[in-house]
Design a protein around this ligand. Sequence first.
Ligand SMILES: [Zn+2]
Length: 285
Amino acid sequence: MALFYECTSITVGNRQRASFWHSPWFGGRKPKDIAPSIFAISKHKNDTIHGALDLNKWIANINTNSGLTIQHILEYYELWVGLREVFLDDGVDDEIVWKLSPSGEYTASSAYKAQLDDSTASKMKSAVWNNWAPPKHKFFAWLIIQDRVWTADRLQRRGWPNCGLCQLCKRDPETAAHIIFRCRYTVRIWTEIKTWMGLTGVHITDWSSFNSVNDWWHHMVGVNGNVRKGLASLVMLVSWEIWNEWNARVFRMVSAMPNVITSRIKAEVRLWGLAGAKRLSCLMP
Ligand SMILES: [Zn+2]
């Protein structure tokens, strides 16, 4: 089923065929990925959109005995906002198009090829999954490489409140790419880490040529040799600490200077080394 949804695009019409939770009809995403906590307590997991779009009926389908948390409310809000952007047409059937063939019709050969061709998945494996880092760092890396964290540009696209400017420098428009490798705040941190570790192969002045976190990240971890896996861990660690600082500013109204974050990163590098990140501790002075 995962392959099916990965390889099809769904346009909702009269919502008789598409599954509310499992189809990626919601701006290309599956509601169960957007609202996993609500999906977990939903009583009708296999409803079509037709059966589930009526909001009152939908709420009645949730098992609230186990109690609702703030996470449920946040997820519900995201679904609610998204639903307002979905336009339904009773006159046409839901359209399910097979993305892997030019005609949009399913062919066995294209499905077979897709199952063997995992180049995208393996790229994420070498950049993220197969390297040493705690799971939350890996998950964050996976999200931000796909530009799926709530920076101002993304909030703006949804029409959600945002201040537009980067929370770290308060000067440039905020995007994931800006926060992770372009912001002067971030660059100061990386410059110090580069000097500390003697990372002569990292050329910070070249970073402005990268257009996305994805490009930059794969460039950073794309080097050969024995530093590759250490660098992959380091990129996850530094990016995570920068993202933490962003969160502290947005949600707790506290901010720290780059040198504070740098000290924190150095301490974390030592701890990760002790916890088993051998390739990372090889980079340590
Ligand atoms: Zn900035």
